[in-house]
Design a protein around this ligand. Sequence first.
Ligand code: FEO
Length: 404
Amino acid sequence: MGPQEIKPGIWWVGVVDWNLRNFHGYSQTYQGTTYNAYLVLDDTITLFDTVSWKYREEFMCQVAQVVEPEKIDQIVVNHAEPDHAGSLPYVVDRTRPQKIYSSRVADKFIRGRFSSQDWPLEVVENGQTISLGKRSVQFAETRMLHWPDSMVSFIPEEKLLISQDAFGQNIASSERFDDWIAWPELKKEMAHYFANIILPYSARVPKALEAIQALGWDIEMIAPDHGLILKEHVGDAVAAYQEFAAQKPEKKAVIFYDTMWESTEKIAEALASGLTAQGISVKLYHLKSWHHSDVMAQVWNAAAVVVGSPTHNNNIMPLVADMLTYMQGLRPKNKLGLAFGSYGWSGESPGILSRWLQEIGAEQPLDPVKVQHVPGHEKYREIVSTAESLARHIEDKVRQTSSR
Ligand code: FEO
């Protein structure tokens, strides 16, 4: 995709990574992604962010279609993660900018990562404004959203927020704007991104949005570093971020498990059946078929996480440990938990899973479901009855949380 003018004198000069499936080594993307970078042509010429090192040559080709690279006066590094700053050495070498602006933490990261002794690095403070000529740029730090170096740039004359990872989505497309996609699909991709990258820092999101509101920024367009530029859904996206960050539980349970000889799977299905009969929406994930990032994309607004594993070598199955480790790092809030598992003789897995749920902070109002060998008809009824109890706890939790 060639460069595209998104506002008069402001160009998208990013790269589309159509075939990416593994985002940052931990999250699945089904629609690739983009590494967005923006070029502002004013009395001075400013480049906002770069792209991953892998695409450095395509990127410079994009830039060169708009302006001779050596005419770039300054580079703004909103975020120093390699998918946006990875090409910096290549770009700096070819553009020789007069200034490279970044937050104080990004400055440290750049100095730590690159041989940047002769780079004209300059720290910008939270709230600082620089002039580009007819336009200006205001900076706001958005620490831990999602790195400590993260900041956003606002061009008030254009009502344009360049938001780095915030409001990003992993969507590779020939279109640059959000006017061709239905909002539910865009929101789903935004939620997948948020749930796997920003979720641990949810509490900072409303504070960051309040801080931006206090700065009086009138935002008409949001240009993130991944996916589509928002012009039709700016208000929807801000509301969605508030919703994702609140993690308000819905009448929904996410059941995930692994199984050896299908006994644990039978328990999972019995639990799903009991919950569904009580009006609870269920997402059922056999972890050999689903990636941990897809499970997390459903956990953020679920009232309950229900986790199962057979006992294997006095422990749990490796894919379940993977899922729990991943979930623990993402620190979801407001969850009920229930552990379950089958066993042949020693039967440790439900207890181990219950301890994991405790560490994740999930309330466990019910004892783990434990089945020796295969659940027969009586046991099946017992499991369904446990699911019905869990459904009542889910109803209570949803009621309590929505009345807060
Ligand atoms: Fe898209 Fe945190 O880098």
